[in-house]
Design a protein around this ligand. Structure first.
Ligand code: ASP
Length: 336
């Protein structure tokens, strides 16, 4: 009797707590500074059950904490995933293991740059594999199960931690230590990789992504520089003016509520627009939209819609690879 072929899943490991090793079982805080890590082969050896779900292959792309991941590493990951999916024997799905600190940023970058409908699942852990109550093993197993699932295709890049499937666009890390830290704010989860080992979806994403996005980073070696400046009561325009003078390709201003800013801060933003720098108005509120108004429109600003500032930065970074025209940039913020 011939065995039923298992779907192929390729794991790209980058480091983070999911690979971290602490000095003892109650260490939840020092291990990132000690820097000892499991290789992806060692991570997979802890979950032999994965072999029953998929034919798993793997590579160590990076071995770093995610505060060390940025545009260079995003390009490296996007290019590797696109090469895997366009190879002669593409995997059914890809899993990326990643530190939780910037997981949402890498996931959204991949959501906009992977040119395939096949599942890409990003996971991490809040407690390293060396600690009591670690979530590393189950999160990796769940990610492999999700990447192997045909129903996960066509939904853009997904994250799974704590059994919860979320969209890369909406997900954010909401708590410094809890295992249920990942949250999609107003919109909730897409589904579960649940305790009975089933993958269950309840919602679709509606904003465009992956194959419907116009961003092509194949062969790119660098990206535009985009900075974020956070507003606070009494903030003046010094930081915005400094960045304008230093030189930046784009700015995201994280303001209050639906899009208000201290006067001097707003005026400095206008000076940046007049200097030809695209400026996106976002909010430091953790959910909700920034609304376009006549004053903002006549000053030449772009609004982020409901993207968190760190997600708006990624969309603006990629948008600047295709256009610098304000109306076209604004349109991209309403679509992705
Ligand atoms: N320091 C870790 C990181 O790489 C934290 C984590 O993975 O939770 O982001």
């Amino acid at each position: 009797m011939s065995a039923v072929p298992r779907p192929s899943v390729h794991v790209l490991a980058t480091g983070g707590s999911i690979s971290g090793l602490g000095p003892h079982r109650l260490d939840y805080t020092l291990y990132p500074e000690l820097g000892q890590r499991l290789s992806v082969e060692q991570m997979l050896a802890r979950i032999p059950e994965a072999g029953e779900i998929a034919e798993v292959t793997a590579e160590n792309v990076l071995q770093v904490g995610s505060p060390s991941i940025g545009p260079t590493e995003w390009l490296q990951l996007a290019q590797r995933i696109n090469a895997l999916f366009s190879s002669a024997r593409p995997p059914q799905g890809v899993v990326v293991t990643h530190g939780t600190a910037t997981l949402e940023e890498t996931a959204y970058f991949l959501h906009l740059t992977v040119k395939s409908e096949r599942p890409v699942v990003v996971t991490g852990a809040m407690r390293p594999p060396s600690a009591l109550g670690t979530d590393a093993d189950l999160n990796l197993l769940d990610a492999i199960r999700l990447a192997a699932c045909p129903e996960a295709a066509g939904r853009g890049v997904l994250t799974v931690l704590n059994n919860e499937i979320q969209s890369a666009r909406d997900v954010t890390k909401s708590n410094a230590f809890r295992v249920d830290t990942f949250d999609s704010r107003d919109f909730g989860l897409l589904g579960y990789v649940d305790s009975d080992a089933r993958v269950v979806f309840y919602r679709n994403v509606t904003r465009l992504h992956t194959t419907a996005a116009p961003f092509d980073v194949r062969g790119k070696r660098g990206l535009p520089r985009v900075d974020i400046i956070y507003a606070y009561a009494g903030a003046d325009g010094v930081l915005i003016d400094a960045l304008r003078q230093h030189g930046t390709d784009g700015l995201v201003l994280a303001g209050f509520g639906g899009g208000s800013y201290p006067g001097a801060f707003f005026e400095a933003g206008k000076r940046a627009v007049q200097a030809g720098i695209p400026v996106v108005l976002a909010t430091r509120s953790t959910a909700g939209r920034v609304i376009m108004t006549p004053q903002k429109a006549s000053a030449g600003f772009i609004v982020s819609d409901d993207l968190l500032p760190q997600k708006a930065r990624i969309l603006l970074t990629l948008a600047l690879t295709v256009t610098r025209e304000r109306e076209a940039l604004q349109e991209l913020f309403f679509r992705y």
